[in-house]
Structure formats: C-alpha cells, structure tokens
Design a protein around this ligand. Structure first.
Ligand code: NDP
Length: 273
C-alpha cells in the first residue's frame, strides 16, 4: 500500500510517519529527512505530486493550527485549511486514493460539549470556519474519512507541556475554564493507523476524555506537588485574537467501539511525554 502523508513535519504527521515506514512524506517550511516540499495551497504542486505518485492512501495532517494566526491572516488560513482540501480531494478522486483528513473540535461553538459526529457545526473563529470548509470539500468524495480531534499535544509547545515546564520552574500558571478532549499525537497516530485498513468513510471523532484545562493542569500539578501554583482566570486575561469555544469536547463513543485500545485515557496520554 502506497501512502502519502501531507504535513509529515507537523506534530501528528511525524508520529503517523513513524508508524507507517516507507510512506511518502511532505513538509512545507520545516524540512524533514527524505521529505518532499509541497505547498498545499499551490494547486499545480498538489496535483502533480499526487498524480505522479498515484498513492493508495493520502493522509492530510497539514493545516495552519495557530488559532490566533488564522484570525489575523485570514487569506492564508483560507488557502491552507480550506482551498487546499479541494485540491487534495480532486487529485485523490482522480487516482482513486482513500483520503483521510484531520479536522478539529473547533468546528463547534462550544455551547453544548460532547459533540457527536453528526452534530451541527457552528464555528466561532476563522480557524474553525476554514477547517469546516476543508471538511466539506473532503466529504464531497466518497472514499474519504474526516477525523475530528481536539487539543493535540506532543512534540510542540502546547497546553500540557506549557503547564509542566512552568510548574517545574516554580512559576504560577493561569488557566481558563474551557473544556476539551486532549490527546497525545502519538496516541492519535496509533489509533488512526489501526483503523486505516478498515477504509471507513464519513466523520469520526478520535480524541481524549473530556476534561477542563483547570482539571488537566491540576492533574499535572498534583504529580509535582504544585497545586497551589494553578489559578483560574477569565478568557479576557488571555489577550486572544480569536474567540475560543467554551466546551468543545467530543463524544468518542463511536471510536471506542472500533479502536482496540484505550486511546482516550488522560493519564496514559499524559504519560506519553
Ligand atoms: P502542526 O502545526 O504541528 O503541523 C502542521 C503541519 O501543516 C506541518 O507539517 C506544516 O508544515 C504543515 N503546513 C502548514 N502550512 C502548509 C502549507 N502551506 N503546505 C503544506 N503543509 C503545510 O499541527 P498538528 O500536527 O498539531 O495538527 C494536525 C492536524 O490536527 C491539523 O489538521 C489540525 O487542524 C488538527 N487539529 C490540531 C489540534 C491541535 O491542538 N494541534 C486540535 C484539533 C485538530 P511545515 O511545518 O513544514 O511548514
């Protein structure tokens, strides 16, 4: 099976790449060993690469994931998160490749939480809107799977590592009350790779257990005996450019019924690094 991983220089892409040896890897601005440079916003580059290589499977993990950056540079976010999905989908359909596309809990407004695959999206920021458009292009193709996930953490600077590093230095950590379903990139990669042979289509939530940032920070702090350093602040203190959903947690019961291991366990996810 010939697999292309688009965005293999990213947090999730590199973990999937390590589990699928022999796949063709692409990056954009962060070169990786034996990776091919591919800008997904360039239609010719995308179609050339896919039509020449004729993959059986394409996994697209590329995106502009910085939510505030998407709010500021809307054109870039639109190109990379939305329009590129159209280019990739079109080429995938020409070669008949199975297309797996990663999307986000931020397609929801966060008023309800525990979102199921068929709940109605209603993004509150530009990142969420562009990712929702991307999903729509991908789902116009029969042989595609959109995987929605949440709070991916791992190699990059992110919420759990931010909390851990600050607490270790004895710095106080301010957290907002928002709720989500964080998962380690390695765990998510393992789950995605396990279900690949099933060739499922449509939308599937794969994420961690529902937890508030406050509880997650406290869980980390407890291990370090530093609970007193955690304080909860209102969103307004964060000086964000983009609004965030209050509770974007995902209902993962469908994924639990088809994945053989406990990808959702918060403790186990935190233990991964
Ligand atoms: P990263 O930010 O770690 O990686 C993003 C990847 O996209 C990088 O490989 C980057 O390449 C690539 N990329 C960016 N712009 C372009 C471009 N113009 N052309 C080609 N590639 C490009 O993201 P994650 O691994 O954390 O996220 C993976 C997926 O999961 C994304 O679809 C994201 O929307 C989704 N997701 C992420 C969440 C999170 O908390 N991180 C939460 C929910 C969903 P390079 O670095 O080489 O420029």
């Amino acid at each position: 099976v010939k697999v292309i991983i688009i965005g293999a220089s990213g947090q999730l892409g590199r973990e999937i790449a390590s589990l699928v040896p022999g796949s063709l890897l692409t990056y954009n601005s962060t070169p990786i060993p034996s990776g091919v440079k591919l800008d997904v916003s360039n239609e010719l580059q995308v179609s050339d690469f896919i039509l020449k290589n004729r993959p059986d499977v394409i996994i697209n993990t590329s995106a502009i994931t910085n939510v505030d950056k998407c709010e500021e540079d809307r054109e870039l976010a639109y190109k990379v998160n939305a329009v590129s999905a159209k280019f990739i989908t079109r080429s995938a359909s020409v070669v008949g490749a199975y297309l797996v596309h990663i999307s986000t809990d931020y397609v929801f407004d966060g008023e309800k939480g525990m979102y199921k695959e068929d709940d109605l999206p209603n993004p509150v920021n530009y990142y969420g809107l562009t990712k929702l458009l991307g999903e729509t292009y991908v789902l116009s193709y029969d042989l595609s799977l959109v995987i929605r996930t949440s709070g991916v953490f791992g190699s990059k600077s992110n919420f759990p590592t931010f909390v851990m590093e600050n607490l270790k230095r004895g710095n106080p950590v301010k957290v907002v009350r928002s709720i989500y379903s964080p998962i380690h990139a390695k765990m998510l990669a393992k789950a995605i790779v396990e279900i690949l042979p099933q060739r499922r289509t449509g939308i599937l939530n794969i994420a961690g257990e529902r937890i508030s940032r406050e509880d997650l920070a406290l869980m980390i702090a407890r291990k370090l005996g530093a609970e007193n350093l955690i304080s909860v602040v209102p969103d307004s203190e964060m000086k964000w450019k983009a609004r965030r959903p209050r509770d974007s947690s995902l209902d993962i019961s469908r994924a639990k019924s088809i994945i053989s291991f406990d990808f959702y366990d918060t403790e186990k996810n935190l233990m991964m690094g």
